[in-house]
Design a protein around this ligand. Structure first.
Ligand code: EPU
Length: 430
């Protein structure tokens, strides 16, 4: 298995291009199931999760074509991919394909809406919490679906072949349930309302894509979405938004190592809460025409408490990276995880690098240390893994990060991007 080897202590300086967002690309790709026409997506990142979802969509009959490189393209540019679901040949998403990635469960919405039936394997356990699917099932039932769970599969049918408009009140804000119910409602008969909807930028990216495809959606970017069903959707061309979690991750890396980096293509409006916190910790955050510049002089880091929350709050997907930063702060801070019940698995690995962290329930108390020291580490999820990378960049000596397949799921060309900014980082095979 590949590993990342890095030697800490270097400042980061230069330009670092931000890729298209994984968590926006995945639902947009799934939306292609809603129409016979081609859906063209620009700025799709090259990631293992994108590849896996391509396999799942191909199994349903989606034709996928990736546009080749053009003269003048640079190798950090996102991909332009066309997804055409002219004929859906299979409405089943089998265990072998779905079990490795939770988002693949989301195909249930478009399949049910367009084909009147879907059989999708339950996504299974996940390292960061139990992450059940009850909101999806209740929501689709409100749109008239008949659902039974059998042998680890969710079997869903729309009586008469078409879903009906309904009212869905989400018991708590859920990104995935909002994606799925919104997609399903676009082709339902009549009007649907989703209350307590997620308003993450990725949800808005999907909603705007659906509108481009002919869907009638009001309230985009708010907690209430009203969707008037139409008989069919058509093709469209849509850009994947820049990855706000990748942006926040590298911003925190610079805040830790010191330096001056332009995060090219990043959109500050998508992560204002995290950028505000970063400023309080002592980093300079400058919005420029082509991205966000992070400047950090010296290595004094002010401890600032953070409670993660749904958008527009501080994202749970930056909690581990922020903990790495706080592990070097001049004092103690408290970080509260409120979205997932088990998202502190990086704590014991950060401790291997010398961090002092006490966890009680959903709160972590982090007491900053003057120096972190390199070590061998590994992590069990994507964001936890990258928190170890950025901690290693600020640590003395060599850090080896094992199990990096997690990083490949969500960070495009991590070691290339960081080494272009002066980090000593390389991938070691085997
Ligand atoms: N929940 C339920 N029942 C449901 C659905 C969700 O109880 O049927 C709970 C979850 O267990 C969790 C909370 O609701 O406690 C919110 O989870 P949500 O549904 O919003 O999460 P998700 O849609 O499964 C997406 C991202 C995650 C990100 C969360 C929260 C993608 C592919 N995944 O997950 O990203 O942490 O929203 O913002 O978009 C990552 O990229 O590393 C990642 C985990």
């Amino acid at each position: 298995m590949d590993r990342i080897r890095l030697v800490g202590g270097n400042e980061l300086n230069g330009e670092l291009p931000i890729s298209g967002a994984k968590n926006a690309a995945l639902p947009l790709m799934i939306a292609s199931l809603l129409t016979k026409d081609p859906l063209v997506l620009n700025n799709v990142p090259r990631l293992a999760d994108v590849k896996q979802l391509e396999r799942i969509l191909e199994n349903h009959g989606v034709d996928i074509s990736v546009q080749g490189r053009r003269r003048g393209d640079d190798d950090m540019q996102g991909q332009r991919i066309t997804f055409t679901a002219h004929d859906i040949v299979d409405t089943c998403a089998p265990y072998e394909l779905v079990s490795t990635m939770r988002a693949s469960f989301w195909v249930i919405g478009p399949l049910l809406a367009r084909m009147g039936e879907a059989r999708v394997s339950m996504p299974g356990g996940c390292a960061i919490g139990t992450r059940p699917v009850d909101f999806y099932i209740d929501g689709l039932q409100q749109l008239g679906a008949e659902i039974e769970i059998d042998g680890g599969y969710v079997n869903a049918k729309a009586p008469g072949g078409r879903l009906k408009g309904g009212k869905v009140v989400l018991p708590r804000i859920s990104v995935g349930a909002t994606h799925v119910i919104m997609m399903a409602a676009t082709l339902a008969e009549g009007t649907s309302v989703i209350e307590n909807a997620a308003m993450e930028p990725e949800v808005t990216n999907l909603a705007e894509c659906l509108v481009e495809m002919g869907a009638k959606i009001e309230g985009v970017g708010t907690r209430t979405l009203t969707i008037q069903g139409v008989e069919a959707l058509h093709g469209a061309e849509v850009d994947v938004i820049p990855d706000r979690i990748e942006t926040g991750t590298y911003a925190m890396a610079v805040a830790m190592t010191g330096g001056n980096v332009l995060l090219k293509g990043a959109n500050a409006a998508h992560l204002q809460a995290a950028l505000d916190v970063l400023k309080e910790t002592g980093a300079e955050v400058i919005e420029e025409d082509d991205g966000i510049r992070i400047v950090k002089n010296g290595n004094a880091v002010k401890p600032i408490d953070v409670d993660v929350s749904e958008y527009p709050g501080f994202p749970t997907d930056l909690q581990a990276q922020y903990m790495a930063l706080m592990s070097r702060a001049d004092g103690t801070s408290t970080i509260r995880e409120t979205i997932f019940e088990n998202r502190f698995m990086h704590v014991s690995e950060l401790a291997r690098l010398g961090a002092h962290i006490d966890v009680e329930g959903q709160a972590a108390e982090v007491t900053g240390v003057e120096h972190l020291k390199g070590a061998q580490v590994m992590a069990t999820d994507l964001r936890a893994s990258v928190s170890l990378v950025i901690a290693g960049l600020a640590a003395e000596g060599e850090t080896i990060v094992n199990r990096i397949y997690h990083l490949d799921r969500g960070f495009e060309r991590l070691e290339d991007k960081l080494s272009r900014c002066g980090a000593k980082i390389e991938r070691v095979s085997g």
